[in-house]
Design a protein around this ligand. Structure first.
Ligand code: ATP
Length: 316
């Protein structure tokens, strides 16, 4: 197979919202079994990789100061894992133009991991099969495979085993970005604490997580009202327990005409499903005026997964 190396590759990669997040009991490895229905939404980070003498990373954007610029960055780890598989040095500069809220429950770090992986694969002319890229994504983190795939998918296991889902129409969302982030592990710990105290035991049985047939049908038919009636996030009580102020944000969006409101993943971003782009703009305006969030962003869904949007040939 002929391989074409590049000097620079730019990849666009979307955020996600979990339209259903059903959380099972904690497993012996500390993870939870999930039924996780992911929907990619049109808020994007752009990851640009450029040939360099060493692995370096920079980040620009409003939340850039919260993004680690060392080897713990998921984009750097993606480059290292791919390079190690092919016995090459990850000599690359990675630049992240960050538009996805950091630690916001929208899988921004996972997006950058998937974006860097796809970009490095093209930069180094590797042409890795999709299955190999997905294996590396799963090694990077539970949400990373979905960032590569996009669209909509059901994640089982700890969320990383994906079945792609059909989506029959466009859904219009508003995302209220909170001040500060929430640590995903801290939200799971709070979930465990709340579950145990609800049953009076630390080894309480938790129902096995299953995807809602009504929700999958609403996605398949593109029916926003039906989707609104079935949105569910088992992590929401834990996120609200850690950030009680989010209740006011949820109430403000619902009062402004959203069909439904929920915490996005582990939060603290809150998500509002609306019936049209016009209603989405109105809800965003009302959320901003409510003073209950830092900013409000409108985004359609579904969105494509990680996509190469620019490349410069080596020697050009
Ligand atoms: P998820 O929805 O997958 O639980 P999240 O959207 O809540 O994740 P991220 O934005 O992915 O959270 O950031 C979580 C933490 O990951 C950050 O606080 C940061 O320390 C670390 N991190 C590592 N790489 C990145 C990256 N490229 N961008 C942002 N954060 C990163």
């Amino acid at each position: 197979m002929s391989v074409t190396r590049r000097a620079q590759v730019r990849v666009r990669v979307p955020a996600k919202v979990n339209v259903q997040l059903a959380v099972g009991a904690a497993r012996p490895d500390g993870f939870h079994d999930l039924a996780n229905v992911f929907l990619a939404v049109g808020l994007y980070d752009e990851v640009t990789v450029t040939d360099a003498d060493a692995l370096t990373i920079t980040c620009a954007g409003r939340d850039a100061d919260q993004v680690p610029l060392d080897r713990t960055n998921l984009a750097a780890r993606a480059a290292e894992l791919l390079a190690a598989r092919h016995g090459i040095d990850p000599r690359v500069h990675i630049h992240i133009a960050k538009d996805i809220p950091v630690a916001g429950g929208m899988a921004g770090g996972s997006a950058d991991g998937a974006g860097a992986l796809l970009a490095c694969d093209a930069l180094w002319g590797l042409g890795s099969p999709r299955s190999e890229l997905l294996d590396i994504c799963a090694e990077l983190g539970s949400d990373v495979p979905f960032s590569l795939v996009g669209g909509a998918a059901l994640g089982t296991g700890r969320g990383e085993r994906l079945t792609e889902l059909e989506v029959g129409g466009e859904f219009h969302w508003v995302f209220a970005v909170a001040d500060g982030g929430l640590s995903t592990p801290a939200v799971y710990r709070e979930f465990d604490r709340l579950t145990a105290s609800a049953s009076g035991s630390t080894s309480a049985p938790v129902a096995e997580p299953v995807a809602s047939p009504a929700l999958l049908e609403a996605l398949r038919t593109g029916d926003a009202t039906a989707l609104a009636a079935t949105l569910a996030n088992d992590l929401q009580p834990a996120a609200l327990s850690l950030r009680p102020g989010l209740s006011a944000t949820l109430a403000a969006g619902t009062a402004a005409g959203a069909l439904a409101a929920l915490v996005s993943g582990s939060g603290p971003t809150t998500a509002f499903l609306t019936k049209s782009p016009e209603t989405a703009a109105e809800v965003a305006e009302a959320l901003l005026a409510s003073g209950t969030c830092r900013t409000a962003r409108v985004a359609p869904s579904p969105a494509a997964g990680a996509t190469v949007v620019g490349a410069t040939a080596a020697g050009a």
